[in-house]
Design a binder for this molecule. Sequence first.
Ligand SMILES: [Zn+2]
Ligand SMILES: [Zn+2]
Length: 400
Amino acid sequence: MYSLKDILGMAKELSSEIIEWRRRIHMYPELGYQEYDTSKFIAEHLREWGYDVRTGIAETGVVGILYGSSGESQSKTIALRADMDALPIEELNEKPYKSRIRGVMHACGHDAHVAMLLGAAKILVSIREELGGNVKLIFQPAEEGGNGALKMIEEGVLENPKVDLIYGIHVWSSLPSGIVALKEGPLLAAVGEFKISVKGRGGHGAYPHSTIDPIVISANIIQSIQTIVSRNIDPIEPAVVSVGYIHAGKAFNIIPEQAELGGTYRYLNEKIGAIIRDRLKEIVSNTCKAYGAQCSINVEDKSPPLINDRQAVDFARKTIGEMLGEEKVIEAKPSMGGEDYAFYTQKVPGAFIILGTGNPEKGTDKPHHSPYFDVDEDVLYIGTAIHAALAYSYLSRREK
Ligand SMILES: [Zn+2]
Ligand SMILES: [Zn+2]
C-alpha cells in the first residue's frame, strides 16, 4: 500500500529523467500525423517496461496497456492521455534543447505531456501489484487542428479493454507553476469553421453601377455576422464569431469578380452552436440576395465543447488535493480555446486537468503557440504524479 505522498516522491525522483525525455522530444518536434520518431520513442520505453503496446493507431498513435492484478476482463480500466504533435513555428528561444527541426516547434507543451505520461507509465509498473484494474495510456497524434482524438476513438482506442474513466493534463503558461485548475462542466469551447464565397460581377472601379461588388457585400456580411453574438445570443452565454481572413481584389481600379472570407465560431453550449450556424447561413444568403450576388457558405463543427464529468472532477480534486495540498487546486476558468480531448469525454466520463507551468523568472509565462513558449520543467514531475495518483487511487483497494 502506498500513500499519495509516496507517489509524489516517486515522481520527484524521476524528475531529471522526465526532463531528459521532454528535451529529447522538444529537440525533434513533429507535426500532426507525422509523429513517427516520437511514437517510436514512446513505444520503445513502454515495451521495455512491460506494457502491452499497440502502434500505428490513427497513423502514429501509441497505446500502452498495463493489465492489473485482478484479471483483465472484468476489471476497471482508466485511460490517461497525452498528445504528441508540434506546431509549424520557428522556435526563437536560445536554449540548449532548442528545436533542431526548422520551422517546427513544440510551442503548446505536448512534449511535456508525453514526458509526464511516460513518467507515470514507469511509476505504475513499479506499483503494478497494487492495481486492481487496467491502465491504458493513450498517446495521440494531431491535436492541433487534426482531430487525432476522433481518429483514435474511431480506431477503437476506448475499447478492448473498455475505458471507464479518462484523464488528460494540459500544461498552462498563464497559470503559476505548480497550480492545478479543475472545473466541472464545460471547460473549453466547441470549435467551428465557416467559409464564405461571394460571387459578384467584376468591372471598372470607375463604373460601379455596372458591377456587383463582392467587397462591399463582404463588408456587409462581416458587419452583420457580428450581430449574431451581440443581438441573437443570450448575453449570459459565451459565444464568439471571428472572421480570420478576407481575400479579394488585386488592383486599385478594378472591382473583382469574387471574394472569399472565413473564420471561426466558438461556443460552450450546443443550443448556442445551432443559433450561430443558422444565423450565419441566413445572413449570408439574405445579404447576397439583397445585392444580387451568388454566395455559398460552408459551416462545419470541428470539435465539440470539452465537458468535464462532475464525479471525475470531484475525484481528481480530492486525489490531487490530498497529494499536493488543497491550496494548490483552484477552480479553472472556462475559455473559448478548443481541444480535441472533448471527443473522449463525449464518449466516457472524464476530466481535463490544467497544470500551471508559468514562471516569469524562468520566462515560461509566454503564450501557447508563441515562438518563445517554454515550460517550467521543474513542475513536470507534478504532472507525472497526478497521472499516476489518479490511476492508483482509482484502481487500488486503498481506503477512499
Ligand atoms: Zn495548442
Ligand atoms: Zn495543446
